[in-house]
Write a protein that binds this ligand. Structure first.
Ligand code: SAM
Length: 240
């Protein structure tokens, strides 16, 4: 698989699409599945259903799909159906894992969500006790790298090294790091995108004045994203 940087352009007429990169990431994640049939799939941080929609498009079938998200609003717009179970729960909390029962051969999917785990070791360790196979994508701290360097702030999310170390404690895993660039016509659009995309750049650490300054100084006409794709099999003896 190519590691070439994937480039996207976001033009003014596309003002509705604030999830260009997440959509591309979810599509790649589903494309990498090595089977077209699963008994149970669970999507952690399912959002409005990018993963589910790609499973449908790519004709991947399953008996049971669990869509888990901590946002009721997101779950409300996630596709519904006989095979779909929606769970409103937070992957940072023990009760989420206490009430989760999964079949032996379940596969955990997650796209662009686990970077919001407050304690990655905790979340991964709980997941590894519940499902042995995982396949997920997670944004790294190189997302908005130049923006952070220009503003002299640190990323609020984990680096690829920290992610790999933490994942390696619970999973026998293979990794693929991918870079994306999203081009913009104006700096203003770029900053609006950051605000609305849900991929926070840590810019909330900046005052209005500092943001204005950053918009003047930012040297690129694109935003950078880095995503770690992970396939893993749990090292833990299964406890369910
Ligand atoms: C960037 S969106 C990605 C959504 C979808 N997976 C996709 O690929 O488009 C991140 C999702 O994770 C959810 N999320 C964030 N923190 C969470 C948590 N602690 N527990 C469960 N879901 C969470 C958010 O509500 C949001 O729907």
């Amino acid at each position: 698989m190519s590691n070439a940087i994937q480039e996207f352009s976001r033009f003014a007429h596309e003002y509705d699409t604030y999830n260009v990169i997440q959509a591309a990431v979810a599509k790649s994640l589903v494309k990498q599945l090595d089977s077209s049939y699963f008994t149970t799939l669970i999507d952690m941080g399912c959002g409005s259903g990018e993963v589910y929609k790609n499973l449908e498009k790519q004709e991947v079938s399953f008996e049971h799909f669990i869509a888990l998200d901590s946002s009721k609003e997101m779950l409300a717009i996630h596709p519904s159906g006989k095979k779909i179970e929606k769970i409103c729960a937070d992957f940072n909390l023990p009760q989420t894992f206490e009430r989760l029962t999964l079949e032996e051969d379940s596969l955990l999917l997650s796209s662009s969500a686990l970077q919001w785990s407050r304690n990655l070791d905790y979340t991964l360790s709980e997941i590894s006790k519940k499902v042995s196979s995982v396949h997920f994508s997670i944004f790294t701290s190189n997302t908005f790298k130049t923006l952070h360097q220009t503003a002299k702030i640190t990323s609020p999310i984990y680096s690829a090294e920290v992610l790999k170390d933490s994942i390696g404690k619970y999973y026998e895993a293979t990794f693929e790091l991918r870079e994306y660039k999203l081009h913009f016509e104006t700096v203003r659009e770029m900053f609006n995108y950051i605000k609305k995309s849900g991929v926070s750049g840590g810019e909330q650490q900046l005052s209005y004045k500092q943001t204005k300054q950053l918009m003047k100084q930012y040297p690129l006409d694109y935003l950078e994203f880095e995503v770690l794709f992970v396939r893993g099999v749990s090292l833990e003896a299964r406890s369910v």
